[in-house]
Design a protein around this ligand. Sequence first.
Ligand code: ADP
Ligand code: MG
Length: 597
Amino acid sequence: MHKVIRILPESLVLKIAAGEVIQRPDAVVKELIENSLDGGATKISIIIKQAGKEFIQVNDNGSGIPKNEVLTAFASHATSKIENLEDLTKITTFGFRGEALASIASVSQVEIKTKYSADEIGTKLIINGGEVLEESKISFSEGTSITVKNLFYNTPARREFFKSNSTEFKHIYDVVERFALSNPKVAFQFISDDEELMNFSLNTQTERIANLFGENFLETLIPFKEETEILSINGFIGKPEFSKKTKSTQYLFLNNRFIINRAINHAVFAGYENLVIKGNFPFVLLHLQINPSKVDVNVHPSKLEVKFVDESLVYKFVLTVVRKAIAQHLNPVILEQTKILYGNNFSDNSFQNSKGIDSAKIAESIIVSTIPNFQFPKNFESLNNIPIDVTQNNINQFEHEKKKDKIEEGMSIWQIHNKYILAQIKTGIMIIDQHVAHERILYEKALQNFENQLPTTQQLLFTQLLHLAPNDYQLLNELLPFLLQLGFEIKEFGKNTFAIDGVPTDVKPGKESTIIQEILTEYKQNQNQIKLNARDNIAKSFACKSAIKAGDSLTENEMRVLIDQLFATKIPYVCPHGRPVMIKISIQELDKRFFRT
Ligand code: ADP
Ligand code: MG
């Protein structure tokens, strides 16, 4: 239903926060696309030249403007979207101030062609610097086409504030990208200086993401969705292991409007717990739908910053949903457990009442339960793939055990088959798997390096170049911060190539050039088998690939150092993958076997 475009009464104008001042080309693009979407368009094309400084055109197949209202549309405070104060509290359109067309037309050369769906004939209007030069009837198929030429041609001083073409283009691209991302049901075409940069047909959200960021990108995302009567949320968050150093990949939409809101941002990051290293940002695409009466869009002129009546409710809601999504990603079994523990109504519609707050609590407890309280196992086999949590309780338990397992003073130790180390302990004998023992040592060391300690690097005499397959190159790029923390000195070196200048001191001589590739392979393998966070995975991969192997011959001194270091770890008894590090056979056991009892 079309409402007539009217000039807002003064009293209402005063209640509306002043609209955005058109400062640069991207603001024009944004206003025009918003008008097209408000007009019900399902197809929008954006054409710019010289980063919009010379030429901006937006074409749509929306409702069009009735022939006798086109002139009014260019008057200040002329809008069809609100009529009275009450409308202001339930805005469902992007626009409502009626300022955009007026202010754009006052600082540029505008041509509009439009045909209202119920009219037979279309209208063309040319306005230069706010002055109507031509108004004519034209035949025009459908929708609206607005061309904005030579922005600020009549206020040259403001053209001075334009940034370089590449900067202005980037701003426009970001604007178009946001609309394309949040409106998959609208076809988008974007052409800049005759180059077609987007041509997306009607899509689903997933397809649109693939259109914009590439098919493979979807694999790095976790989808989420939660609905209640007053709030609903859906979108995608990046798997923690794919977080990036840039902040530009956060897309928050409130009732489809791109917004900036610190509370939501904070809630998202809080939801990741500490799975994302400091300074890194995961991809976030978050659509929040909320009853318009709960949102005040009339706050900031740029309309980007919004306030919620109940900010803490929104915060808890987002946090809950993100946590749940991540918990499920890390351990798909969790969802099942949740259902068993709390029944099927975890994601029910109870969020709006007091029970709803409980669902936040429930989510918290889920996270806690993703890491099972580690009990030292009787049967090592069953330990496979269980993430091991080093709680203080466990450590105390091991401290006690470790004392008993000390190799007795002056006792010999032996290496057998270049694989196992055999030693006498107070209670009997102990057989240590040398590879797994070393793995445990290096794993804990890696975790410590991530925490705080400075890694020790051995500089290479000659820089090693590492040529990688494109996907490995990408992976290494993402894992680089971790590797630097471990003591690697690596930097990008041209296409698909890294230069290695140093490796951690624990890397065996001769392995300097192969270790990275081995770590990447192991990392990918771990990723397929068990869902680990990036940090844990890299620690495990590094430990596994740098550790001494079965077949490596050790001197007695090397064995003693190894055993000392092993017993200095927090959990000397199991390797990071859950395999046993040592087997102990007590005197009693031996006696029994020899029928001494
Ligand atoms: P606002 O969007 O805040 O209402 P604008 O100045 O952007 O103000 O637009 C004025 C009016 O012109 C709108 O209210 C709408 O009725 C009409 N209009 C502008 N662009 C379009 C379009 N692409 N399709 C249909 N109607 C439009
Ligand atoms: Mg508008």
